[in-house]
Write a protein that binds this ligand. Sequence first.
Ligand SMILES: NC(=O)c1ccc[n+]([C@@H]2O[C@H](COP(=O)([O-])OP(=O)(O)OC[C@H]3O[C@@H](n4cnc5c(N)ncnc54)[C@H](O)[C@@H]3O)[C@@H](O)[C@H]2O)c1
Ligand SMILES: O=c1ccn([C@@H]2O[C@H](COP(=O)(O)OP(=O)(O)O[C@H]3O[C@H](CO)[C@@H](O)[C@H](O)[C@H]3O)[C@@H](O)[C@H]2O)c(=O)[nH]1
Length: 330
Amino acid sequence: MASNQTTVVVAGGAGYIGSHMVRMLQENGLRTVVVDNLATGHAEAAGDAIFRTGDIGDAAFITALLREFQPRCVMHFAAASLVGESIVAPAKYWRNNTVQTLALLDAMVECGVKQFIFSSTAAVYGDPLEVPMGESHRRLPINPYGKSKLAVENALEDYARAYALRYVTFRYFNAAGAHPDGTLGERHEPETHLIPLVLQVASGQRGFISRFGSQHDTPDGSCIRDYVHVQDLCEAHLLALQRLDAGGDSASYNLGNGLGHSVNQVIEAARQITGHPIPVRDDPAREGDPPVLVADAAKAKLELGWTPRYAALETIIAHAWQWEQRRRGR
Ligand SMILES: NC(=O)c1ccc[n+]([C@@H]2O[C@H](COP(=O)([O-])OP(=O)(O)OC[C@H]3O[C@@H](n4cnc5c(N)ncnc54)[C@H](O)[C@@H]3O)[C@@H](O)[C@H]2O)c1
Ligand SMILES: O=c1ccn([C@@H]2O[C@H](COP(=O)(O)OP(=O)(O)O[C@H]3O[C@H](CO)[C@@H](O)[C@H](O)[C@H]3O)[C@@H](O)[C@H]2O)c(=O)[nH]1
């Protein structure tokens, strides 16, 4: 098939962040091809995008797909992404996140696809030396998940130099929220992320929220994170696509609001928004959990013109709550 300059392949497009990306690409008039093995995703979340079920690491499958669609860019959201699971099952993380991503990159090189946007993570930094963390912060991950992503970041530098690939790496802080129209949102089974779990308590699906550690070195003793709206993450990808299309160099950016919220503050905000008391149970701190992660995202703002629209924690929780209620048919 002749090269189609408006096609974007979204690996992991049936997942939480990828499905919002698919919707946004389509709204922007781009033909979107989803590749997903449905390990954690849901096919219907990808809407009416072209959908191919399979592994990004299946060389024959992915090469045939890239030859067929000749995308101008691959956006890569496909990964296993649970810090705790990565500690007990590191092989899954090295294989799925690193080995399979290298296979995807090899297929891109073979098929002449030159633009790549990669979902990395704040977990590549490890324990913060300073807060907020800029992109030049040392990268010393403290769990296999972060290591599996850092390995890809390192490989990308070498691939770009040798194979004329250009890429943008985004280090997301804590993705949260849902589509403002309430029709798309986070749907992990089992769910492990704080905000959807808190909202499952509010909607009566759970009796309490576990607070993982109340003696952390933070003002209220609970962990602090930088929650960033899923739609704002996706907007940054559109800007990255424009940068690459314009011939821009490869680059890495943090994506976060620069606002730290503690577990206690998240629970309190959710109480205000939902009107539910949200009981809390104190549990031990989770292994591999840094006490504070907050982004300095000045570089994305300066170089990409990224302006988060939904930075307020209350908006992020309100959108997630709308999704949670709709999902439960309320
Ligand atoms: N959610 C967050 O807070 C967060 C933070 C930092 C980084 N990230 C990164 O963002 C990306 C998306 O995260 P998410 O929360 O949407 O995760 P998700 O689990 O909802 O989505 C991942 C999707 O990729 C698919 N997938 C996984 N491995 C695959 C493979 N080998 N081949 C094909 N498909 C595969 C899954 O079925 C799923 O649909 C991941 O790379 C994750 O590491 C997420
Ligand atoms: O039941 C729960 C769940 C979480 N937490 C705490 O809430 C915070 C947020 O946890 P969670 O929502 O599980 O996200 P993280 O473990 O911070 O990891 C997310 O954010 C990272 C970047 O900051 C990404 O790398 C990961 O992919 C993504 O899952 C942490 O301090 C947890 O200790 C609780 O106290 N109770």
